[in-house]
Design a protein around this ligand. Sequence first.
Ligand code: HEM
Length: 132
Amino acid sequence: MSEVPRDIQNREDINIMVRAFYDRLLNDDRISYLFGEVKGEHLEEHFDILCDFWESVLFFTGQYKRNTMLKHLSLHDKHALTSEHFQIWLAYFNETVDGLFQGEKSRLAKERAHSIAVIMQMKIKEMDQWGS
Ligand code: HEM
């Protein structure tokens, strides 16, 4: 009998997920240039922040107290974030989660990523309208 993939259970699992996800993102020229400022020496720090974020989302630990939306709006201000970028980001995220885990927390992660991506794109549109 083949082994059934298990669900995301703790920060170590999140760490594995985040690194596998960024392995895809940072190796795709269509999107990797947007990560210029966190690549290199800041990458470990960025992974730590992402682990805080996903641990708060999935296990309600509450240690992530930063403003995700504002970070991405200021990113968009420097380099346009397009719907193609969001499609690529989400496809890699879903592919990463599905390749490693399966279960309620895995579903929740994909659902949250999707709804945050929808809201981000709405805020970006608003910003573009007000800015023009
Ligand atoms: C077009 C899609 C996206 C791109 C290109 C992108 C890119 C980035 C970059 C470059 C950073 C580092 C910003 C910095 O430290 O200055 C970042 C941070 C982050 N991103 Fe995204 N992102 C995208 C979508 C999303 C989505 C949909 C989520 C929702 C889960 C998300 C969650 C985060 C979080 C939690 C951080 C850490 C923010 C902080 O420093 O507190 N991103 N993203």
